[in-house]
Design a protein around this ligand. Structure first.
Ligand code: SF4
Length: 241
């Protein structure tokens, strides 16, 4: 407990230590997979719809659903005015079509109500926190979806925490045993803004290729020295010898 008026040095030391570790992890991932740079602006409304479609499915299914949606309807106005069942037919390859179609329609209706047009590019001028709050106001848009839109669509330093980022950050001991929403806040604090994009993209690759959920391939990993999970596993191995 820290007393009023006193700085809690233990918390400061912990934060400084974990921030330094986060930078080392980012550098190691960049060395292994290459430093990733945000490659350009996308219309934010397109990005938001794509990200809603990407929920609980693969990127290829999502791309197919998005392409079919754009083929079937000539504009976001047409999508907004369509019956949700017709939207669902178009996006069927993306999965959960009966859930995502009403969400997309609701988003378009709300954007039109809020701004009088079907355009979200104006959120680029808002501070990241305010833009995130606005996006999270849409039904079906949580912390991860909002962060993906801001980072991929606008290049803002907002860290999305998907299942790979959450699992690896936990194993490395960057975030403790916390739920994904809390992980967003912690990683946002400890990863330097200029490293967030590359850190996210490379952690996802690392999660797919090396640090899988069921059986992490630690023997192939260049993060063992930073990893609490590896240290515990190694300790278990030596104890049972
Ligand atoms: S050492 Fe193992 S658990 Fe740790 S990050 Fe690498 S693969 Fe994942």
């Amino acid at each position: 407990m820290s007393l009023p008026g006193f700085v809690d040095n233990r918390a400061l030391c912990y934060n400084a230590g974990v921030m330094t570790k986060a930078v080392r992890v980012c550098k190691a991932l960049d060395e292994r997979y290459g430093k990733k740079r945000w490659d350009g602006y996308e219309p934010i409304l397109d990005c938001l719809v794509w990200t809603v479609l990407s929920q609980n499915t693969s990127a290829s299914n999502c791309n197919e659903a998005f392409a079919r949606l754009r083929e079937r309807f000539c504009s976001w106005q047409e999508v907004k005015d369509a019956a949700w069942q017709d939207i669902a037919d178009a996006i069927r390859p993306g999965g959960l079509a009966n859930l995502k179609a009403p969400r997309i329609k609701n988003i378009l209706e709300q954007v039109k109500r809020d701004t009088g047009k079907l355009d979200l590019d104006w959120i680029a001028d808002l501070p990241a926190q305010q833009a995130r709050d606005y996006l999270e106001g849409f039904d079906g848009v949580g912390r991860k979806t909002a962060a993906c839109v801001l980072m991929f669509g606008l290049g803002k330093p907002v860290m999305p925490v998907d299942t790979h980022v959450h699992r690896i950050s936990k194993r490395l001991g960057l975030i403790g045993d916390v739920a994904p929403d809390a992980a967003h806040d912690i990683l946002q604090r400890i990863v330097p803004p200029e490293r967030i994009y590359s850190c996210h993209v490379n952690m996802v690759v690392h999660g797919r290729e090396v640090c899988g959920a069921a059986r992490p391939r630690c023997e192939e990993c260049n993060l063992t020295i930073e990893c609490d999970y590896f240290a515990e596993r190694f300790a278990d191995t030596t104890e049972t010898r």
